[in-house]
Design a protein around this ligand. Structure first.
Ligand code: PHE
Length: 467
């Protein structure tokens, strides 16, 4: 009889873990969501709100999830079950459902980015399938209404994700991130320098950094809070068990307090850099900063098209950056989906069946990716929940409801009921100088923020017009 490997996998070391966790955090949320939401929510005012949220809620939640994962050594649902003697299993279930909804549409977006990278590469060689000379808006509309093309790119992106995750925690996810994340950072810096030195870039920089709080007037601050809060949850990969899962692969001597700082910090720095890569160029070419989701795939492509001969090169660099960032995030989503099933196989003594499980769930969730592709952003299928295009419907279900509910219940439980449990775990491997701050925020501040974020999200999900 062959000997089954019934050991759980783990990261090879702190650097590898950090690159993987930052890789999960840094994605479309940073390169796309942050700049466009900032553009639509008053620029600097949004930035300030975002930073407050990261310090008082993001930092706390990152540590909470990592500590929960490492303390229990389990994936999402059993982690919540074990830590609460069954009382919080439903939170684990909410958290575990979110990645199921996210994976398909996230890979659709990754597929679009891949298509743009390929098209810009084509332009370098003057190929017919390039995008240069085509208006960005027309090109985007042609892409998403072409169901076959959109499905093919989504499937390619999914298969690459599935393949890397199937190689393992340290042998696949960590290995890829160790190379991809430093590379991504360098690419981003090159683009920031180019963007900020364009003639007319100053206005874009001022839009990001000049104090102006007019959007906060009346109940405006709640909108900004909800937008910044939802954005932060998504961007730091909170409330969906990803960091619980990644924490469960941490060794007992890995510093949680340090990681709690490093992950949201790196994520925020990259979001701000992405703003500095995008806004100055948008202003320099006289385009709209508040274009909404179109910013990345329409406005920016127009910017590259206006850059003359250098356009395709910067376009290629930029969309490669977006594709890699999306890939390192989608890997974490698939890992969160698969890990509970991998664990349960190990618990039953069936050994580590990673390859099989990752491919099975990758292929199941591919159905969602294909449905989103076929919907063509609301062009073809009837609206989901009667109101949304399929992409938005899945996104709002996960980001708008499941994630904030899970996060709210988590901070309430560990701040008020099972007090000190996580702190003890963090102290095992850290000096934990911020323990008082952490405990205070976990108990009082994070729940309030989570509550308001949830209210804001429910308001926009059901279109209630409360605020
Ligand atoms: N954090 C990723 C981003 O910013 C997206 C993501 C969300 C990844 C949720 C995993 C879980 O794009």
């Amino acid at each position: 009889m062959d000997k089954k490997n019934n050991n759980r996998e783990s990261w090879s070391g702190t650097f590898g873990f950090l690159m993987a966790a930052v890789g999960s955090a840094v994605g479309l949320g940073n390169l796309w969501g942050f700049p466009y939401k900032m553009g639509a929510n008053g620029g600097f005012a949004f930035l300030v709100m975002y930073l407050i949220l990261v310090v008082f809620a993001g930092y706390v939640l990152v540590m909470t999830e990592l500590a929960l994962g490492r303390a229990t050594g389990k994936s999402i649902i059993p982690a919540y079950r074990v830590a609460s003697n069954g009382k919080m299993t439903f939170v684990g279930i909410f958290s575990a459902l979110a990645p199921f909804f996210i994976f398909g549409f996230y890979c659709y977006l990754g597929g679009i980015a891949t298509n743009y990278a390929v098209a810009n590469i084509g332009d370098i060689f003057g190929a017919a399938w390039g995008v240069n000379g085509v208006d960005g808006t027309t090109y985007f509309a042609d892409f998403f209404t072409n169901q076959v093309k959109a499905s093919i790119f989504t499937i390619i992106f999914m298969v690459v994700t599935i393949f890397i995750v199937s190689l393992g925690v340290s042998g696949g996810i960590e290995k890829f991130n160790r190379v991809a994340m430093p590379g991504l950072f360098i690419l981003l810096l090159i683009i920031v320098v180019r963007s900020c030195t364009l003639t007319g870039a100053g206005e874009g920089i001022a839009f990001m950094l000049k104090p102006d709080f007019t959007v906060f007037q009346g109940s405006g601050w709640i909108h900004v809070l909800a937008a910044a809060g939802g954005q932060m949850f998504f961007s730091v990969s909170l409330g969906m068990g990803i960091l619980v899962t990644y924490g469960s692969y941490m060794k007992k001597d890995a510093d949680i307090a340090l990681s709690g700082l490093a992950i949201p910090l790196a994520d925020t720095i990259i979001a701000v850099l992405a703003g500095l890569a995008i806004m100055p160029a948008v202003f320099a070419f006289g385009m709209e900063p508040s274009a909404g989701p179109g910013l990345l795939f329409m406005t920016l492509q127009n910017v590259f098209n206006s850059m003359g001969a250098a356009g395709p090169f910067f376009g290629t660099l930029f969309y490669l950056l977006v594709t890699i960032a999306a890939l390192t995030s989608s890997m974490s989503v698939l890992e969160a989906i698969s890990s509970s099933f991998i664990d349960s196989g190990i618990d039953k003594g069936k050994g580590n069946q990673r390859k099989k499980i990752v491919w099975i769930f990758g292929l199941i969730t591919m159905i969602e990716g294909i449905l989103v592709s076929i919907d063509g952003l609301g062009t073809y299928l009837p609206p989901l929940f009667g109101r949304f295009c399929w992409l938005d419907g899945f996104d709002l279900l996960a980001e708008g409801l499941l994630m904030p509910i899970a996060a709210f219940c988590t901070v309430i439980y560990f701040g008020w009921i099972k007090k000190g449990f996580l702190q003890e775990e963090i102290r095992l491997s850290s000096t934990f100088k911020s323990e008082k701050f952490y405990s205070f925020c976990l108990k009082y501040i994070a729940p309030v923020f989570c509550f308001f974020i949830l209210l804001g999200q429910i308001d926009s999900f059901f279109g209630l017009g409360w605020f």
